[in-house]
Design a protein around this ligand. Structure first.
Ligand code: SAM
Length: 251
């Protein structure tokens, strides 16, 4: 394929690099990546040697005009991130937007993504879902973000919620989620997906927060929170309108 191709790469198991991903990376004039060491090692394992250029949060805007020039010249440019699907909690969105705006072809080789894999293994409703990525690290902004989510749930959204989290923040984040959504809300913690110590722990936010408060978590983690129960989303509203209806009927 010509133009810019977004290439998904493994989230742990190297065997998950698809034949089409490999062929695209082999034939690229340049592979844009977050970290040339990480991608270089992955490509070396597959016997691919190709020019790599770093693209990350801090140089994406500077690099974009140069990359658009290469695309206009007809070069094949591939974009990967350290792991999984580019743009998903990873760089690339600004480049993609610029390429689309410039009328240049953009394609993708789909593949691994931790959020979708965690969702499908969580045992929680897969549809609708809302992908939130990383919550703010600081307690104040994190609580504010969770309060916004609760407000959207009170307005009627009943979606599974997917978060990414670092292992050393897992216990604190689960406690914050339990505080915001209630300890009884079903949830799952998916750890080290596709790797040797892959584990999905299912329960409710209270018990998961308790467990990871006692057991330090390791590795890469995605959290899935089940949807707000219909009763909670609607009951308060219904109560109020019933009371209003009764009150107006009685007056
Ligand atoms: N673009 C990636 C994707 O498609 O999943 C996500 C990149 S984001 C910077 C990295 C985070 O994704 C990790 O901190 C973790 O929360 C989650 N993650 C990545 N690989 C994972 C895995 N094998 N198991 C569980 N979570 C993973």
């Amino acid at each position: 394929s010509t133009g810019l191709t977004l290439v998904a790469t493994p989230i742990g198991n190297l065997g998950d690099l698809s034949p089409r991903a490999l062929a695209t990376l082999r034939s690229a004039a340049v592979v844009l990546c977050e970290d040339t060491r990480v991608t270089g090692a992955m490509l070396a394992r597959h016997g691919v040697s190709v020019t790599m250029v770093p693209l990350h949060e801090h140089n994406e805007d500077d690099q974009t005009p140069r990359i658009l020039d290469r695309l206009r010249a007809g070069e094949r440019v591939a974009l990967v991130s350290d792991a999984g699907t580019p743009l998903v909690s990873d760089p690339g969105y600004r480049l993609v937007r610029a390429a689309i705006a410039a009328g240049l072809p953009v394609g993708a080789i789909p593949g691994p993504n931790a959020a979708v894999m965690a969702l499908t293994l969580s045992g929680l409703p897969p549809h609708p879902f809302l992908f939130l990525g990383f919550l703010p690290v600081k307690a104040g902004p994190r609580a504010a973000e969770l309060a916004r989510l609760r407000a959207v749930e009170r307005a009627g959204l009943a979606a599974s919620l997917i978060f990414y989290e670092a292992p050393h923040r897992l216990a604190e984040t689960l406690a914050a989620l339990a505080e915001a959504f209630g300890p009884e809300r079903p949830a799952a913690v998916a750890r080290e997906l596709t790797k040797r110590f892959e584990e999905v722990r299912r329960g409710d936010l209270g018990s998961l927060a308790g467990y990871y408060g006692r057991e330090a978590a390791r590795g890469e983690i995605a959290i899935v929170v089940g949807p707000a129960p219909a009763e909670t989303a609607g009951a308060a509203e219904l109560d109020k309108s019933l009371r209003n209806a009764l009150a107006s009927g009685m007056s």
